[in-house]
Write a protein that binds this ligand. Structure first.
Ligand SMILES: CC(C)C[C@H](N)C(=O)N[C@@H](CCOc1cc(O)cc2c1C(=O)N[C@@H]2C)C(=O)O
Ligand SMILES: [Mg+2]
Length: 332
């Protein structure tokens, strides 16, 4: 056996309950892989998502199903054919990137022929709450960060205009994204266009259910619409043309950095604007996504900021910028 594979379920309590259109979360439930070979250990983490039919148990079972091949030395390209896009493949793909970098002493960013990750502006998310409390949170973020702080507002179909207005009033200089997580209808999206435009919202993430996005075909938005739940892998792009103007790339959807990099290049070539996003996860889950972040117009990698106790050498928020993990944390 060439390698030792460890698969773990980890639970990270959140600093505060987090509410989006389809529920409330109190902890980040993640799957962690450790892959040991020749004295080096690669790590990868992913977030199983019920919206895509995943659970911690199902993802761990998928990983168990390839244990022997991984232990015998399966590489990243074989992995793409062996597991479908999703959280299980992401954890393993991320661990393989990390392991390769440690064994070869070539950092992941150098292997991709890209510059190393630098501190950058990430969106900071405000969960669904009363308009007043969302405004208070926006004022806190705007007061603590730079003038052009990027705020992502979670919304549902209840009082979206009041919530947007209150956030804008409290943070007049902030850049704004809204994310209804599939909770709007095309009529509501159409009715909200003047509000979105006058509030200076820069992007509307996944307003309609993914299976209803045909309604976007005849719709000319005043604010660009970004595919999140509708975009997983590069093969989705042809269907998104004419419906969406941007795509949100997440490693838990692509099944890791290998396919995420392909999606990014294809999406850009096809004229889509690029967002790089995340689930609620630790810095082990964010580190590989940071390799893409310099290529994105919108970065939404605030997952670890919601954890009570992230890794001590993980990402930090400093002077409003998301600072990459300490050297050696992931990707060599
Ligand atoms: C801290 C934020 C959630 C991270 C990011 N800014 C963001 O908005 N990401 C997602 C939201 C997905 O979060 C959910 C939703 C859900 O119903 C269940 C879960 C999560 C999650 O992260 N873990 C559990 C499975 C987005 O839509 O862009
Ligand atoms: Mg989203």
């Amino acid at each position: 056996m060439l390698r030792e594979l460890t698969i773990k379920h980890c639970s990270f309590p959140l600093v505060a309950p987090f509410r989006i259109a389809r529920g409330v979360k109190h902890a980040a439930e993640v799957v962690l892989i450790e892959l040991e070979q020749g004295g080096a250990t690669g790590r990868g983490e992913s977030v199983p998502y019920a919206r895509y039919g995943e659970s911690v148990d199902s993802v761990m079972a998928q990983l168990e199903s390839v244990r022997a091949e991984v232990a015998a030395g399966m590489g990243r390209e074989e992995l793409q054919a062996r597991l479908p896009a999703g959280a299980a493949r992401n954890a393993l793909d991320s661990a393989l990137w990390d392991l390769e970098a440690r064994l070869t002493s070539v950092p992941v960013w150098a292997g991709l022929a890209r510059p190393s990750p630098l501190p950058l502006t990430s969106a900071i998310t405000i969960g669904i709450d009363t308009p007043q409390r969302m405004g208070e949170e926006a004022a806190r973020l705007a007061g603590a960060g730079p003038a052009n702080v990027l705020i992502k507002i979670k919304l549902d179909a209840h009082e979206p205009a009041a919530r947007i207005r209150e956030v804008r009033r409290a943070a007049p200089d902030a850049r704004l994204i809204v994310d209804p997580n599939e909770s709007w209808s095309i009529d509501l999206l159409r009715d909200l266009q003047p509000e979105l435009e006058s509030a200076g919202v820069e992007l509307v993430e996944q307003p309609l259910p993914a299976d209803a996005d045909d309604a976007l075909l005849d719709f000319v938005p005043r604010v660009p619409v970004c595919a999140d739940e509708s975009c997983h892998v590069a093969a989705d792009l042809p269907r998104l043309q004419g419906r969406y103007q941007a795509v949100n790339i997440k490693l838990d959807k692509t099944g890791g950095l290998t396919e995420a990099w392909r999606l990014l290049r294809s999406a850009r070539a096809e004229g889509f604007r690029i967002m790089v996003g995340c689930m609620v996860c630790s810095s082990v889950g964010i580190a590989p996504a940071l390799e893409l972040a310099r290529e994105a117009e919108f970065v939404d990698l605030d997952g670890p900021l919601w954890l009570k106790d992230d890794y001590a050498d993980g990402v930090r928020l400093r002077h409003g910028l998301l600072v990459p993990p300490q050297p050696g944390f992931w990707g060599a």
